[in-house]
Design a protein around this ligand. Structure first.
Ligand code: NI
Ligand code: MN
Length: 238
């Protein structure tokens, strides 16, 4: 069984990579920002977070390398945090606007529909407190559909995405290994989600997740998949 919706001739989207799992995506006329971890990232010193526009900030889980700059950027922009229940309330307690969700649920926002999907990982806030379960996002409107997997292992649950969501135009997958799936498993994930255009993330930020980029590209190309490995600060279209 497959979801019938296929977005033909999807709108070309402008995406900017800010390092680790942080991306800005212009979608449905809004600026979406994912997992901001910029000021603590030595490799992202060239990015000024006060220049970042965000209408919504989407957080996949509570780990520091995903939420570090969320409060500052949310307050700079009066952005709405979209995340799992615990992470949303945590940000709300810091004075941010938020929309709480949980796994399997979807909601129609003014830019499109957001669905929270499973991720196999852990989640706690920087102080060690409980941050709920980590998740990914599938986001779509009439222009396109994409998936930000967050931090995750390869999981059979990814096969549910093509059954329950429109066909993906692209997907952002972690490939750095050690804390998430590595590129070999991520290439299998690309098959599970039935998506040919992959953007890699969660690699090279620190020692545990340094990768061989040529080997990563090979993992995907041998399965007939494209992988984009953007530079920090790079804007690209997909
Ligand atoms: Ni994490
Ligand atoms: Mn992480």
């Amino acid at each position: 069984m497959r979801s019938k919706k296929v977005i033909r001739n999807p709108t070309i989207m402008k995406i900017i990579f800010y390092g680790q799992a942080c991306f800005g995506v212009e979608f449905g006329g809004k600026h979406l920002l994912f997992d901001p971890f910029i000021t603590p990232n030595e490799k992202a010193k060239g990015i000024n977070i006060n220049d970042i526009k965000a209408d919504y900030i989407l957080l996949t889980h509570g780990h520091q390398d995903h939420i570090a700059d969320a409060e500052t950027i949310a307050k700079n922009n009066e952005a709405i945090i979209i995340s799992g229940f615990e992470t949303s309330v945590f940000m709300g307690n810091r004075g941010c606007k938020y929309h709480p969700m949980n796994h399997g649920g979807k909601w129609k926002f003014d830019f499109g529909t957001v669905k929270l999907v499973n991720a196999i990982h852990s989640s706690s806030f920087p102080d060690g407190s409980y941050a709920g379960n980590p998740h990914g996002f599938v986001i779509w409107n009439d222009e396109a559909c994409f998936y930000h997997a967050g931090d995750t292992a390869l999981t059979m649950d990814m096969k549910l995405i093509p059954m329950t969501c429109p066909k993906l135009n692209f997907a952002i997958l972690p490939i750095g290994d050690n804390f998430t799936m590595g590129h070999e498993d991520a290439a299998i994930a690309a098959e599970f989600i039935e998506c040919d255009n992959i953007v890699g993330c969660h690699y090279d930020t620190f020692g545990y997740i340094v990768i061989d980029k040529d080997a990563a590209k090979e993992s995907f190309s041998k399965r007939g998949k494209m992988i984009k490995l953007p530079e920090i600060g790079e804007t690209f279209e997909i």
